[in-house]
Design a protein around this ligand. Sequence first.
Ligand SMILES: [Zn+2]
Length: 214
Amino acid sequence: MVRKIHKKVNCLLCGREISVCINNNEMCICEICKDKNKLIKQEKMIQRGVNLFRKNKISYDKEIEDGQIGELVESIKKKCGNDFFYGSKDEVAIALELALEDIEFEPQKDVGGYRADFSLPYLNVILEIDGEIYHRNKEKEKLTDDSVKNILGDDWGLVRVPCEEVPNCIRFGIENCILAKLEESEYMKNHGYSDDDKFWSCEEYERRRVGSDY
Ligand SMILES: [Zn+2]
């Protein structure tokens, strides 16, 4: 067994004296500064998510005021506990859209020991936002529609939104996007193929819904 010998060093950021293992080659940063650093990272991610959200609202001529965005940000921050946070700017933007559409959600929902990005009890949907292809987490691919149904019940389903589709979810609505994807997977289950992908775009879905419901 290797004995751990500690040495006194000064925190790189605040200068406070701390004790670290002599073999530790990491930067010497005290716990207080680590917490502050974490907060700064979270705030930066929120900002990037807000920018993505605002840009796509404006590009689709959907007016949104900074004051309203500020309220949405506060509400999505409140959903997080101390030990977790949104995993990417795309998740932040989707959380903002869910809050805007008044869709109840739980971030980082435990589904059989797996942390899903969002649980949407109103739609009975587990929503996963898949990151950019080259660093898509293998773990994430493990959660399947079948495992969601096994754990939460047959009336639940899994919806995956690749991050490149997040802008459309902001422009045309996340609920439209989810309903389009559910309808698509139902169709594929029954027909085994799709002959018109465009039919299930959230843009088309919004158009059809607005056309038939109002
Ligand atoms: Zn420090």
